[in-house]
Design a protein around this ligand. Structure first.
Ligand SMILES: Nc1nc2c(ncn2[C@@H]2O[C@H](COP(=O)(O)OP(=O)(O)OP(=O)(O)O)[C@@H](O)[C@H]2O)c(=O)[nH]1
Ligand SMILES: [Mg+2]
Length: 345
């Protein structure tokens, strides 16, 4: 039986990426893990046009909004209490209660929006507490104050959740703004990157690779599982690369898994504390790996300090600009008055 990747698509961005990129393009069959996508949001706005198979898990407003929620409008605090209350039920009802052999989880969300950036970390926390191996895919955005600030705060949240659960969280970080200055182009590039990463992950996590077994993958995703090495809880960058990589500045490569076709020796030219090779068995997959030879899945430490420092600089500058705007009032006809809602007619 093939392994399964459960994707929790949280909020609009993750739902549309899952629909446009994953459902439309992801390869299936022998040599790949099966992919099962669950959408979670505060609105059905993005889900209703998607091609996802499982029904949407809609966060309901029990605490303050009396049952009706319709998105968070880009504000992370908007539905916080309802999301906090709803996620444990989501995990229980879906049966995600404990580690199942051959089942790996991916939580995906935008980091700069209002709903997914809150739903995603809370789902991660629930899975981490249940000891379920999980990778977080986060789509950052540093185009302006609001998105940049949310992106940093979501990363900080994830770090604090990982520390509280005493976990090393594997975090695949992408950023629409750094991918391209033109917003739609940046989103498109990030979507393609996610497609490549997921294709790689479905091969790595398939359970059908010689010399790489499920425990190897759990150790890579959750480095806290190593008992002989003392790994500090927190977030660690995870990358899937097809060329011998140069580590990001200020980071240390920690663990690497390399997939290759038999008889070809991989050359991973970086220092790692643990390094394991696997081989692909399926002829169909050999063809793919041949094109990208070899495929590396690598975890890096110390990258998020640098990432958030950079966004923080932009956010602080924007803050100065915002606070220097002097509100000068609005002048109009003396007789104009507002109705009870404050509307001027
Ligand atoms: N790469 C990529 N980014 C997207 C896509 N759609 C939206 N985004 C980004 O997602 C961020 C906004 O987050 P959303 O996921 O739309 O927000 P949400 O979680 O649904 O929250 P609310 O709509 O505020 O309730 C922005 O940074 C967008 O650039 C997409 O299809 N691909
Ligand atoms: Mg939305």
């Amino acid at each position: 039986m093939s392994n399964k990747i459960v994707i929790h698509a949280c909020g609009g961005a993750a739902i549309s990426v899952s629909s446009k990129v994953i459902m439309a393009n992801l390869p299936v069959g022998f040599g790949y893990a099966e992919v099962d996508i669950h959408a979670v949001d505060t609105t059905d706005a993005d889900y209703k046009d998607s091609n996802l198979l499982n029904p949407l898990w809609l966060i309901s407003g029990d605490s303050h909004s009396k049952g009706v929620i319709n998105g968070s409008g880009g504000e992370r605090g908007e539905n916080l209490n309802d999301i906090k209350a709803g996620i444990p039920n989501y995990l229980d009802d879906k049966g995600f209660k404990h580690l199942k052999d051959g089942e790996f989880h991916i939580v995906m969300s935008a980091l700069g929006g209002g709903s997914g950036s809150v739903i995603g970390p809370i789902i991660y926390k629930g899975l981490a507490e249940r000891n379920i191996p999980t990778i977080y895919i986060g789509i950052g955005d540093s185009r302006d104050f609001l998105h940049g600030n949310h992106t940093i705060n979501t990363i900080k949240t994830l770090e604090s959740f990982a520390k509280k659960a005493a976990k090393a969280c594997s975090f695949i970080y992408l950023n629409n703004t750094t991918a391209d200055k033109v917003m739609n182009v940046g989103e498109e590039k990030v979507n393609m990157e996610i497609k490549n990463i997921l294709t790689g992950l479905t091969i790595f996590l398939s359970g059908e690779n010689q010399s790489l077994d499920n425990k190897d993958m759990i150790n890579l995703m959750c480095m806290d599982e190593y008992t002989s090495i003392d790994i500090q809880p927190g977030i660690y960058g995870l990358s899937l690369v097809s060329k011998v990589p140069t580590p990001p500045t200020g980071s240390i490569p920690l663990v690497a898994r390399t997939l290759t076709i038999p008889n070809i020796s991989p050359d991973l030219n970086i220092q790692t504390f643990h390094h394991k090779y696997g081989y692909v068995k399926s002829p169909e997959i050999i063809e793919i790996v041949e094109k990208q030879l070899p495929l590396h899945l690598i975890s890096y430490g110390n990258v998020f300090g640098a990432i958030t420092r950079e966004i923080n600089e932009m956010v602080s500058k924007q803050k100065e600009v915002i606070s220097s705007i002097v509100y000068d009032g609005v002048t109009g006809s003396d007789s104009a008055t507002a109705d009870d809602d404050g509307m001027f007619i």
